[in-house]
Design a protein. Sequence first.
Length: 222
Amino acid sequence: LCCSACPTARNSTTTRIMYAVMLFVGTFVACIMLAPGVQEKLASNNWFCQGLSEYAGIKCERATGFQAVYRMCAAMASFFFIFMLVMFGVKSSKDARSPIQNGFWFFKYLMLAGLTVGFFFIRSENLSTPLMWFGMVGGFLFILIQLILIVDFAHGLAESWVDTYEESESRWCYAGLITFSFGCYAVALTGIVLMFIFYTTGATCALPKFFISFNMILCVGV
């Protein structure tokens, strides 16, 4: 009923939307699990922890805090890794495997839920350290790719506006270029100041100070 009320769209568009919704829901649940208020409330709830221990054999600390976030994110990463292997080599919607990519959403969400539940049954001592290293390496690669895409987008946008201004001498393009440039510098400066405030207050914070300062120099120099 909900889908029938939505406007028509291409399969690729609706597929991107559905995967984005899946990522958003998983991230939202992980944030809820990490929230201090929710974590303390669930940990102090006897029926919640006792029920997990008696009926599922899961310790309460696995279902709250960073342990729960590790398991939720590991389930999502495993889900998308499996689909990467299944859809490897598919280049168009005419491929025989394209319905797997564009449909079966009920079974996909069921599979993700099953993976999540399965990760919660793994003991913490066997999972925390490997997931921590996977998270650090994956987070570093994600940030690196994200920075490359942002720089490429900003460079392409600036080049387009400069070309348009040189051809038509449009004041809108000139004003947009100046505003966008100073706006990005203002956001970067604000972020640097906030990082200095929140991450360099301790006496043993020489390494964070170095990386923040080095990043600031690169932002200005490059």
